[in-house]
Design a protein. Structure first.
Length: 180
């Protein structure tokens, strides 16, 4: 989700804090709501979350790092989930993932492109083993991939983003294959 203007985002933060004040059991909900605003959980929210809910910063950080749904840095507009599970692995997932990283120019240890168009996640299984190897871009699943086909899919998103710099990619690239 795109980052909102700071003033509007801060208003929403205040609403969240007001609604959940003193409810330490609401930590997960509060963090999810913050991530829905910014696309990640910004470090400047740690202190107020800790104070408003009555949790320690180590508890907060423990939750943020335990659940991989939370992100601690800004994310790309599109999330690529590349499967490295067993079925995909034996059908060439490693070379597909290498192709994705090379095309996105992702250095080792980085998962988000410099232009914030993509974030890459390597996942254990996308539940579509019947059409492995598989990757998903946002809600679209692409199966029976080859490195070349994966590159083509990403090229279509990149081309759309280049044509619509203000709006970014529309997510309509490539043919959709439903997960089995
Ligand atoms: S192992 Fe890749 S979709 Fe299941």
């Amino acid at each position: 989700m795109a980052q909102e203007p700071p003033a509007e985002a801060l208003d929403k933060l205040q609403e969240i804090f007001k609604e959940h004040e003193g409810n330490r059991g609401h930590l997960l909900i509060v963090l999810q709501k913050i991530q829905a605003i910014y696309g990640y959980v910004p470090p400047f929210t740690f202190e107020p979350v800790s104070q408003v809910l009555g949790v320690t910063k180590s508890e907060l950080y423990g939750v943020l790092t335990f659940y991989n749904r939370f992100h601690l840095a800004p994310r790309g507009k599109h999330t690529i989930r590349a499967c490295r599970g067993t079925a995909c692995h034996f059908k060439g997932a490693p070379s597909i993932i290498e192709t994705i990283k090379a095309q996105l120019k992702l250095p080792p240890g980085k998962e988000t492109t410099e232009d914030f168009l993509f974030s890459l996640e390597e996942v254990a299984c996308l539940g579509a083993c019947g059409i492995s190897p598989v990757m998903a871009v946002d809600e679209e699943t692409f199966g029976n991939l080859t490195p070349a086909r994966a590159g083509e899919v990403l090229s279509q998103y990149q081309a759309q983003a280049a044509q619509q710099p203000a709006a970014g990619a529309s997510g309509e690239a490539g043919e959709k294959q439903e997960a089995n």
